[in-house]
Design a protein around this ligand. Structure first.
Ligand SMILES: [Zn+2]
Length: 254
């Protein structure tokens, strides 16, 4: 059985609004009065059903992170950041605990190369009834050189990246300290957009639940390497130690 194939409705996909590149198009997430099918709400945070259910045998939802169309995760106050990650994980776990889905995706796209279509900061939680999002995953991809460790949460740079460059992992040994998880996510996104180099405008954040424990991957997005697309070859960058040194110096030196 091919459990990691997923049907996609192309007709619905063609009607989807897109304003990540076409920035003059109206933003549907700013038009709060016309958002329907609200699942959960907490202050500015809003979880709604996606209007465009393009994936087969799935429930697609959108988590709108902020009322500010121009804001982005690396800029949030600690208070807002912590509330966001708690709200997201709570709802992700609700999907998982419902037992209605074979697996549940929880991820974020940011920027023109991330695969997203709407620019306004948001995440997605998607319940998959007949697909296993873990089928193609190698546990080794969460190993790396440790940048920091605090209260059972480890922050590392991948030594076996999924795609290639400057890939960060957060590995939790219990799921209790979500605020620490949120802080590490913010550091990774901030580093990618502001410190890595001026070329990086896009990233993805992926959440995984492995043996009941949360794992998170934060990776920069560029035009994807053809070696990966065509042959599934992962690139091992030779500058991992300099990334480690630079992140430690910028974010963890006392
Ligand atoms: Zn907006």
């Amino acid at each position: 059985m091919l459990t990691n194939y997923l049907g996609f409705n192309v007709t619905i996909g063609q009607n989807k609004p897109e304003n990540i590149i076409n920035t003059t198009a109206d933003c549907p997430f700013c038009d709060r009065d016309n958002l329907t099918n609200i699942i959960d709400q907490e202050g500015e945070l809003l979880l709604i059903e996606n209007k465009y259910q393009v994936l087969q045998n799935s429930l697609q939802t959108v988590l709108i992170e902020t009322e500010n169309c121009d804001s982005e995760l690396s800029q949030y106050s600690k208070e807002h950041l912590h509330r966001l990650i708690r709200f997201g994980v709570k709802n992700w776990f609700k999907f998982t605990d419902s037992k209605e889905y074979q697996s549940v995706l929880f991820f974020k796209n940011h920027g023109p190369f991330s695969g997203g279509t709407i620019r306004h900061s948001h995440m997605q939680i998607i319940g998959l009834k007949t697909a296993d999002c873990y089928a193609g995953l190698n546990p080794k991809e969460f190993e790396g050189i440790v940048l920091d460790k605090c209260d059972n949460v480890e922050f590392n740079v991948s030594t076996y990246p999924r795609i290639g460059f400057s890939e960060f992992n957060i590995v939790m040994n219990d799921n209790s300290n979500l605020d620490q998880l949120a802080d590490y996510i913010q550091i990774a996104t901030h580093y990618l957009l502001h410190s890595l180099n001026s070329r990086c405008k896009s990233y993805n954040i992926f959440f995984y639940l492995i043996d009941g424990l949360i794992r998170v991957k934060i990776l920069p997005r560029f035009a994807t390497s053809p070696l990966f697309i065509g042959y599934n070859i992962h690139l091992l960058p030779n500058n991992i130690q300099s990334i480690v040194d630079s992140v430690k110096k910028t974010y963890f030196s006392k």
